[in-house]
Design a protein around this ligand. Sequence first.
Ligand code: PNS
Length: 160
Amino acid sequence: MKVIYPGSFDPLTLGHIDIIKRLSKMYDQVVVAVLINENKNSIFSLSEREEIIKTQIEVDGLDNVVISSFDGLLVNFAKDLGIKTIARGLREVTDYEYEKNIAMFNSKLMDGLETIFLLSNPNYSYISSSGVREVASFKGDVSSFVSREVEGKIREKFDY
Ligand code: PNS
């Protein structure tokens, strides 16, 4: 059984890493799918985000996790790979409202598609990539929110 774990991952947080590790124990293969959304507010380019996740997966020794990227509709990417399960993390009720809507759109767009939700680890349930971007932009301490590897990349990027 394979699963797609999609997201922007700008940047990869401790919450994302926790979900990837848990999925890697549940599925034969986890495809981390990075959304191609180059915009002015991104910290990292697509290739940097992919490289960061790749390094993290190596550090954590997750040999059944692969990284890919997609543009356009997620269901088209899922169809191309022949994968019918998408996983998302849920932090708060607000996530549920947003995710439920997307999951319903996706299940209408692709027959047999299932979206599964993993409850975030409570230690990380307040962490968001946007929060990390904000702290990083002011050269703040991001060590509670991201791995050492990601922190290093952020410090390089923001020169601190
Ligand atoms: O990390 P994010 O930004 O919360 O991830 C959101 C993501 C990438 C899962 C979502 O925006 C997405 O799937 N975008 C692709 C477009 C799409 O398929 N939308 C669903 C139909 S509404």
